[in-house]
Design a protein around this ligand. Structure first.
Ligand SMILES: Cc1cc2nc3c(=O)[nH]c(=O)nc-3n(C[C@H](O)[C@H](O)[C@H](O)COP(=O)(O)O)c2cc1C
Length: 430
């Protein structure tokens, strides 16, 4: 294999051409089934910023730090980029498709249309990119109609830790961690119909209890989603429609307690750390929630800051920009919030701040299909008041169950009537 030295001083290697019987269309088709990230390689040719989109960016070596990309030999943009002393590899974010399209077109005024700045390593850095990797050309390998450009990394930083833009089968898309992927339309519509039966009851709860009330439905096995929400009193809307809550201990206990064994075991399998004592603790907490028919979380005023961190973690989980690394961090943060999900004995003369009351709603086939949740309740109330609220939320959930039975089949009518009575008559000491 012939080897020779390039103008820039690095090694220039030629890979010998080998004829194979692969049809170019088949090559494209098969390679298109492998997804790539999308980056823009930028640099200055004299003082003019130059850039090209690359789907071939790759990490090569840690020691020494090397990366690579593969421009077409015929690329006029790369011919100019090769002269830049420092290159910047800009890893594009999921919301930078239009920037990608602008940078992929062979024209001179691309940088007038995008937001960028001159980095400390004197390369054009695109604003909003996930990461900036500053490097210089180490060596170039000729490989068929492309070059393999090996670069030494000089500096690198994550600029915006959001999900990246991906290229797959000729189209652009984003990344969804397994388990939080968007569900099919049919499943979503079915779940939303279920939640619709809770709408009136959720609105009434919000009004009567002067709080935020919501119905959350299960979409898939891993999370609940806010499908209906309403505010009363001075409560403000925190649970936006579509907000997602992970079924990760200690979160989601009202949905899991009393659910089918596989749902319970899947939830318990996520206890972190997976110590037998802790798993047993959660198992008995589920039994207690099932017995009481409601999950109550109480916030000690001294723990308000920790509770706010729990709400922040839930908000971050629900954001669409969660990367797998952040999702792991958020799940770990949630695992630290066990203290808000302990059994509490309510005393008449006690004073309580309620974080949430959550009650399950069963579908006519007996499965738990959603939960009704109230939050932002007035603080500093007595034990009897909390018990009254629990009874009211249970009544609302029972009424939603009744409506669900009516809308889902004749066999459920009797059970529905029984549940409706609960709305008025029951008393549930917790
Ligand atoms: C998603 C995507 C990935 C691309 N990856 C590469 C690549 O790895 N190598 C390359 O030479 N061109 C790649 N291109 C094409 C170039 O970005 C650009 O269109 C081309 O360089 C313009 O022609 P010019 O280089 O002659 O100016 C890619 C384009 C897109 C949209």
């Amino acid at each position: 294999m012939p080897m020779f030295t390039t103008r820039s001083g690095g090694d220039h290697v030629t890979v010998p051409e080998e004829r194979t019987g692969v049809d170019p269309a088949v090559f494209r088709e098969v390679i298109g089934h492998y997804p790539t990230g999308v980056a823009v390689a930028t640099g200055f040719d004299d003082d003019e910023p130059i850039g090209m989109v690359i789907g071939t960016f790759s990490a090569v070596s840690l020691e020494p730090p090397l990366v690579s990309f593969m421009p077409q030999k015929s690329s006029r943009t790369y011919a100019r980029l090769a002269k830049a002393p420092t290159l910047c590899i800009n890893v594009l974010a999921h919301d930078q498709l239009s920037l990608c399209r602008t940078m992929a077109v062979p024209r001179g005024d691309k940088f007038d249309q995008v937001s960028w700045h001159v980095s400390d390593w004197h390369a054009p850095a695109l604003d909003g990119a996930v990461a900036h990797i500053h490097c210089s050309t180490h060596s170039t390998v000729e490989a068929g109609d492309h070059l393999i450009v090996l670069c030494s990394v000089e500096a690198m930083a994550v600029n915006r830790p959001v999900t990246p833009l991906l290229f797959f089968q000729g189209g652009f898309g984003g990344f969804s961690p397994c388990g939080t992927a968007t569900r099919g339309d049919a499943e979503l519509i079915g779940a939303l119909r279920h939640a619709d039966s809770a709408r009136n009851h959720v609105e009434r709860l919000a009004h009567d209890l002067r709080c935020e009330a919501a119905a959350l439905v299960a979409i898939g096995a891993e999370e609940l989603t806010t499908a209906v929400s309403a505010c009363g009193g001075t409560a403000s809307r925190v649970a936006a429609l579509g907000e997602r809550v992970p079924l990760t201990p200690p979160i989601g206990e009202a949905y899991v307690a009393g659910a089918r064994t596989e749902v319970v075991e899947r939830w318990l399998a996520k206890v972190s750390p997976a110590e037998p004592d802790l798993v047993e603790h959660y198992r008995s907490r589920l039994a207690s929630v099932e017995r009481h028919g409601a999950a109550l979380s109480i916030v000690d005023p001294q723990e308000r800051a920790a509770y706010d961190r729990l709400l922040d973690a839930l908000r971050e989980y629900s954001s669409r920009e969660l990367t797998p690394a952040r999702e792991r961090a958020v799940r770990e943060a949630l695992a630290q919030t066990r203290q808000f999900f302990e059994d509490v004995e309510l005393h008449e003369d006690g004073t309580y701040d309620v974080g949430a009351i959550v009650v399950p709603v069963r579908s006519p086939d007996g499965d738990i299909s959603m939960v009704v949740r109230v939050t932002q309740l007035p603080s500093g109330v007595g034990g009897q008041q909390v018990k009254d609220w629990i009874r009211t939320v249970k009544g609302a959930a029972a009424a939603a169950e009744h409506d669900l039975g009516r809308s889902c089949g004749p066999g459920s009518h009797k059970a529905g009537l029984r549940d409706q009575l609960l709305w008025y008559e029951s008393d549930f000491p917790l």
